[in-house]
Design a binder for this molecule. Structure first.
Ligand SMILES: N[C@@H](CCC(=O)N[C@@H](CS)C(=O)NCC(=O)O)C(=O)O
Length: 345
């Protein structure tokens, strides 16, 4: 009894302190509020990966992943140019998102269960379905990954490529010498100078490196085997569902615009469309924007200023680009691919 008597005032003070702290602590801003206040979206990108996220000669960032960043800026701030690319190597990217240095990661990041759960981060969709492959100098006359036993293999620190390669090598009884380097330019140079026989990463990455970083691309071949699934897409922080929705539905809007044939060139005509689905996408009807705290024109702004997913694909990595990648798995589901937009309704 005596003990409980003497503890009472202490407890009361503790409760008072906790209550005061709780009332005094300013409410934490949501990511949408932060971005609106700053009036610029911060996107985590690569340090320079042609076709996906790289600066051009004038320092303007372009690429498929940059278009996603621009689309989020268009949806949230009404202006696709209100973004800042924050270059991050593979190792730096997750801490930069965790710490709030960037609002979203739009950078060839594979969605894995671990990254989607254990890092305090969460996937907001897939904007490029890929797989891990190998590139070798033509002079080595290697035609299949099965011939890689004993090879020296270059890759970058902090990628899913390290583990996938180890798993594949073990399963296929292949021994190899890893050369793991943190800096992207250094790993590319190590391969170009012959310090390793093989470069392994996502097939899209290999195509990009071969085309944009090798002095004579014809001297290199990408082997036919893909050893893993690498679904690449944007990530945000856990605990901000509104922001997760905004990033997720920005990507869906780009894909759905392609499904309905809405392009940057024709979207204005479609504002008069009698199709209720198109009316909802363009904000002429329904409350899609309001549901996420955005203007009714959020998706119209994306399509008008950035274009639909197919336009972005062709311009950056497809037939109108140096990479000339096939749509493959990234074609719409109606054309045999995996791109299937969740409906905006
Ligand atoms: N998709 C894989 C690999 C992505 C990745 O970071 N690839 C390297 C390619 S070697 C890259 O983009 N490097 C560019 C950079 O660090 O700036 C992952 O998410 O771990």
């Amino acid at each position: 009894m005596l003990v409980s008597f003497s503890l009472k005032p202490l407890l009361a003070t503790a409760v008072l302190v906790v209550t005061t702290l709780a009332t005094a602590a300013p409410a934490q801003s949501t990511t949408l509020e932060t971005v609106r206040k700053r009036d610029v979206l911060h996107c985590g990108t690569t340090t320079g990966f042609a076709g996906f996220s790289a600066p051009d000669d004038k320092g303007n960032w372009t690429g498929l992943d940059i278009d996603l960043c621009r689309a989020i800026a268009a949806a949230v701030l009404g202006d696709a140019n209100k973004f800042k690319a924050v270059p991050l190597n593979s190792q730096q990217r997750f801490t930069a998102l965790q710490s709030g240095e960037v609002d979203v990661l739009t950078r060839n990041t594979t969605v894995t269960q671990q990254r989607d759960t254990a890092l305090g981060l969460i996937s907001a969709g897939v904007n490029f379905y890929d797989g891990q492959g190998f590139m070798v100098p033509r002079a080595l006359e290697i035609t299949s990954a099965k011939q890689l036993d004993g090879a020296t293999i270059c890759m970058q620190t902090g990628t899913s490529n390290e583990n996938s390669l180890a798993d594949w090598a073990r399963a296929n009884n292949i021994s190899f010498q890893p050369v793991v380097i943190e800096n992207f330019d250094e790993v590319v140079n190590a391969f170009a100078s012959g310090r390793c026989d093989v470069f392994t990463t996502d097939a899209s990455g290999l195509a990009s490196i071969r085309q944009s970083r090798m002095s004579d691309p014809d001297q290199y071949v990408v082997l036919p085997e893909l050893i893993s699934k690498e679904p690449l897409g944007p990530f945000v922080r856990q605990g901000d569902d509104q922001w997760l929705n905004i990033v997720k539905w920005t990507l869906q809007a780009m894909i759905e615009a392609e499904e309905y044939g809405l392009t940057s060139a024709n979207v204005d005509e479609h504002k008069e469309s009698a199709n209720p689905n198109i009316q909802r996408i363009l904000g002429v009807a329904g409350s899609a924007g309001r549901n996420m705290g955005l203007e009714a024109e959020w998706a119209y702004n994306i399509i008008k200023q950035v274009g639909n997913y197919g336009e972005s694909f062709e311009r950056n990595v497809g037939q109108a680009s140096p990479l000339k990648l096939e749509r493959g798995l990234n074609a719409l589901w109606t054309n045999g691919g995996l791109m299937y937009a969740l409906p905006i309704r």
